[in-house]
Design a protein around this ligand. Structure first.
Ligand SMILES: *Cc1c(COP(=O)(O)O)cnc(C)c1O
Length: 403
């Protein structure tokens, strides 16, 4: 009944095939095991399973077959030994930090990480005695200089939101390993369809399943991918105690999303490149940030590291003669759209448009935003699957009517 997949299959095949064995009914679409607990054949088996001496499901906070299917399929795509599902991307980061760090330890992060990541590590973990340094994403020397004897983890995100800065994963992995510390990479933006951090030396890969993995903006989910020695030995026992487990229903939804991840990322990246190229030529656009453009300062690295694709997220600065009008001009472009959704989410088949300075990065001070190069005229677009001509028309409506 269970038939093992042959070795060496392509990621496209694993994305639709890798899962736990079929049940007795032989279902072709993976079953959704919406159950909190599992009936045990007898008391002695229950005892062995609870003690971890025998494989077998007991309770869905510990593990669930639908969640296992998602974990196996994501691990296959990322090329890691295993993965563990979590209730959201942030709980994946929480789980990793709880599992790897203790009071007195030190973490180095990029200063352009996802805002909640900076808050969680820089503020919340600081309350428990974990120290952190935040360094410029692209400055390898700064990562090196921030190393201390207490450093346990380097944590990067590439490309970043919203300015699409990259870091060279292999270079960071070498720096981490030379210092005897781990490198974790948040792979939300590129996804394994474009970039596999583990193949470039990263020890752990973090996901928000909420974004491109689901791909249709439906559920919250997350995962940590990595070696069994970390995932099974350190993180799995912790999730059993701490309970940030992924719901089977959400796991099932994201599992279905993974089947189309590759073709979505190809199509959305192609749309994004066309839109970025068009925006770059528009007289009311001062600058476009998109790794797929030759004008991106790290274009060569992006092409090498991201399978020749720029990804589905781009940002642009609306041209304005004085800095004070940037915000109003960006709002005009956003409010003139009729197709794009005005929302801070991304990774959806529906194109979303947002003003980072007043939403995702609204809690930063103006000074912090300026030092990050994040202006009031900046607009971020997470490009979906609509026809490219409709997206251009949607943005042209606001851009062409700027005076
Ligand atoms: C959204 C996001 C997260 C957090 O994921 P949630 O599922 O919203 O908790 C983490 N990192 C990046 C890069 C993200 O875009």
């Amino acid at each position: 009944m269970s038939h093992e997949l042959p070795e060496g299959l392509h990621p496209d095949t694993l994305a639709v095939r890798q899962a736990v064995p079929r049940s007795v009914y032989g279902e072709n679409s993976e079953a959704l095991y919406l159950t909190s607990s599992f009936v045990q054949p007898d008391a002695a088996t229950a005892a062995r399973r609870f003690a971890g001496e025998e494989e077998g499901y007991t309770y869905s906070r510990t593990s669930n077959p639908t969640v296992t299917s998602f974990e196996q399929r994501l691990a296959a795509l990322e090329g890691t030994e295993t993965a563990i599902g979590t209730s959201s991307g942030m709980s994946a980061i929480l789980l990793m930090c709880l599992g790897l760090l203790k009071a007195g330890d030190h973490v180095i992060c990029s200063q352009s990480m996802f805002g909640s990541t900076i808050k969680l590590i820089g503020s919340e973990f600081a309350r428990f005695g974990v120290q952190s340094s935040f360094v410029p994403q692209t400055d390898t020397a700064a990562w090196k200089a921030a190393l201390r004897p207490e450093t346990r983890l380097l944590f990067a995100e590439t490309p970043t939101n919203p300015l699409t800065d990259l870091c060279d994963i292999r270079e960071l992995a070498d720096i981490a390993h030379a210092a005897g510390v781990l490198l974790a990479v948040d792979n939300c933006f590129a996804s394994p369809a474009l970039q596999r951090p583990a193949s470039l030396g990263a020890d752990l890969v973090i996901h928000s399943g909420t974004k491109f993995l689901d791909g249709q903006g439906r559920v919250m989910a997350g995962a940590v991918c990595g070696p069994r020695a970390i995932i099974d030995d350190k993180l799995a026992p912790l999730i059993r105690s701490a309970g940030m487990n992924l719901s089977p229903f959400n796991a099932w939804v994201v599992l279905k999303g993974l089947e189309t991840l590759n073709i979505r990322m190809q199509a959305q990246s192609a749309n994004a490149l066309q839109l970025a190229t068009w925006l770059e030529a528009h007289p009311q656009v001062a600058r476009v940030y998109y790794p797929g453009l030759a004008s991106h300062p790290q274009h060569a690295l992006a092409m090498r590291q991201q399978s020749g694709l720029g990804g589905a997220v781009l940002s642009f600065d609306v041209r304005s003669s004085d800095p004070a009008s940037g915000r109003a001009r960006a709002f005009h472009v956003i409010d003139s759209t009729r197709v794009c959704s005005i929302t801070a989410n991304l990774g959806d088949t529906k194109t979303t448009i947002t003003h980072p300075a007043s939403t995702s990065h609204g809690r930063l001070s103006e000074e912090q935003r300026q030092s990050a190069g994040l202006g009031q005229g900046l607009v971020r677009v997470a490009v979906g699957l609509e026809h490219i001509d409709d997206l251009k028309t949607d943005l042209a409506r606001g851009l062409d009517s700027l005076t």
